[in-house]
Design a protein around this ligand. Structure first.
Ligand code: NAD
Length: 492
């Protein structure tokens, strides 16, 4: 059955559908970057709220800014902006649900004016974003807004016909200001620490380049709440589309698949109001930071802890690694003894339950998260997620052996061959320089961590360096599995 408004009643009873009248929805949110994650997360929470008969004035208007988003516009428009979210449970159960919270989709490259005027409309109270880390246009080392980007330069030259999210959002804010309409709230839901603060710096920097006064106004008047978001949402595979048709008789051009777990911790800072998201499990808090650190240092750092060791030991998927008791013991050891002691209290969260849930989530065989994906862009990940743990543990006299071992496993992985002598495809913005150093790991074993751009002065800390060198040597002499066995046994 083709998915659209008309056919909703004809869908199999196994497929949940909206219980509210979609005709009654009016737009309140514009969302830029309608990818898999937005559709599995924010749009799902709104749909859940609408199913309770609430938030009918918070319909979502999707916006695509990238040329490649044409496909998403076509897919959604053909099915009345409906799509299926398939939750994949570890036991193989699939739970499909039609999400109805999106009411329109605008493709900015063809009609930027329509996008600007939609955002300038007084009914729009929130502009949200999932535009990936690259979408914030900051320099990887300095963190400053990159005014040299050709698209940004174009937008500054023609601010009324912009192509970037900065150009579109700021032009809409300028028009609201001129018309005496209060600014909307900009809500970033990207996986960036301090995402609201980063968005504020980037959008203000763009506005400041238009005029100093505009930059100051934007920084003072527009709210940018921070958020911690979490739900593993892999790229939709062709087989996902086929399975949905075969198992549930739903023809959907672009469904989304995801894990059962979902979390959203949101700073409660919405001057024009917000949907009552607390009614569907969103945690609204004054300070998101403790939750962010919990996620970065337990979830994200554990991904790195399992990825290189797992790959070297011959695994290719995260769930394979997390079904292996040796690795589970190593990961729990890292989380309990090294990651957790660096966290501030996290209100309302039982950290032991959180840690065990992470192992369960990683072990879900339906998600098929590849170790290759987790090993990619390590030079952006290890310094942000794991190095701060090592630094803090060193300064407070805590354990660091497992974290140091993870760094060593990355250095061994970066050599570019696995333990069977097969080539590894290293995906990293620093691929060439890193591989050049790692090739000499046996003769210059400390060189990899002496890279100050990534590790600062960590190599000057004897406790770290000794633990690192010990693991690197063991990886060369005995391999990943034997190395982990010894490490885990030594912690008994
Ligand atoms: P996706 O590839 O499905 O979608 C990415 C979207 O971002 C697309 O709509 C694309 O057009 C847009 N985009 C990319 N670069 C842009 C730019 N420069 N300007 C404007 N838009 C741009 O990816 P996804 O899975 O939806 O993930 C998107 C983001 O969501 C991630 O980068 C991350 O920050 C966050 N997130 C994802 C997950 C996950 O498991 N997928 C989990 C938590 C958070």
């Amino acid at each position: 059955t083709q998915l659209n408004n008309h056919n909703m009643g004809a869908l199999s009873a196994a497929v949940e559908t909206p219980t509210y009248d979609r005709q009654a929805l009016t737009p309140g949110i514009v969302h830029i970057g309608v990818g898999g994650f937005h559709r599995a997360h924010q749009a799902m929470y709104l749909d859940a709220l609408m199913n309770q008969g609430e938030a009918l004035e918070w319909g979502i208007v999707g916006v695509g800014v990238m040329p490649g988003d044409k496909r998403m516009q076509q897919a959604l428009a053909a099915q009345d902006y409906l799509y299926t979210l398939v939750v994949k449970h570890p036991d193989g159960e699939y739970q499909p649900r039609v999400i109805g919270s999106m009411v329109d989709y605008l493709f900015a490259p063809e009609d930027p004016e329509a996008v600007i005027e939609k955002m300038a409309d007084p009914t729009i109270k929130i502009v949200s974003l999932t535009v990936t880390e690259g979408g914030y246009n900051f320099h990887p080392v300095t963190g400053e807004f990159n005014l040299d980007s050709p698209q940004v330069r174009d937008d500054l030259a023609h601010p009324e016909q912009p192509s970037t999210s900065f150009g579109l959002v700021v032009e809409a804010l300028v028009r609201r200001r001129a018309r005496g309409i209060a600014p909307f709230t900009v809500m970033s839901c990207d996986n960036i620490q301090g995402n609201g603060d980063v968005a504020k710096r980037m959008f203000s920097a763009y506005a400041r380049a238009r005029s100093a006064g505009l930059g100051d106004w934007l920084a003072a008047e527009v709210a940018f709440p921070n958020a911690m978001v979490d739900r593993i949402t892999p790229v939709t595979a062709p087989t996902d589309i086929e399975e949905l048709a075969q198992r549930f008789d739903v023809e959907d051009a672009w469904p989304v698949v995801c894990e059962p777990f979902s979390q959203w911790v949101l700073e409660d800072h919405f001057p024009l109001g917000r949907p009552a998201l607390e009614k569907v499990g969103v945690q609204l808090v004054d300070d998101v930071e403790p939750y962010e650190l919990m996620k970065l240092r337990l979830l994200n750092a554990s991904h790195q802890a399992l990825a290189y060791f797992g790959y070297l030991a011959g695994y290719r998927y995260a769930h394979e690694v997390c079904q292996d008791p040796l690795f589970v013991e190593f990961l729990l050891g890292y989380m309990r003894e090294e990651g957790t002691p660096t966290l501030a209290p996290v209100p309302g969260v039982d950290l032991e339950t959180y840690r065990l849930t992470l192992i369960e989530r990683f072990a879900n065989p339906q998600i098929k998260d590849t170790l290759a994906r987790l090993c990619a862009e390590s030079s952006d990940r290890i310094p942000k997620w794991l190095v701060p743990v090592i630094r803090q543990q060193l300064s407070q006299g805590g354990e660091i052996e497992r974290s140091a071992a993870v760094v060593a496993s990355w250095a061994r992985y970066a050599e570019g061959t696995d333990e069977q002598g097969e080539a590894i495809d290293i995906v990293d913005r620093l691929r060439e320089p890193l591989m050049a150093i790692a090739t000499n790991n046996r003769t210059c074993p400390a060189a990899f961590v002496e890279n100050r751009e990534l590790f600062g002065d960590l190599a000057d800390q004897p406790r770290f360096l000794n633990a690192y060198l010990k693991t690197l040597t063991s990886l060369h002499e005995r391999g990943a599995r034997a190395t982990l066995e010894t490490l885990v046994a030594s912690k008994g």
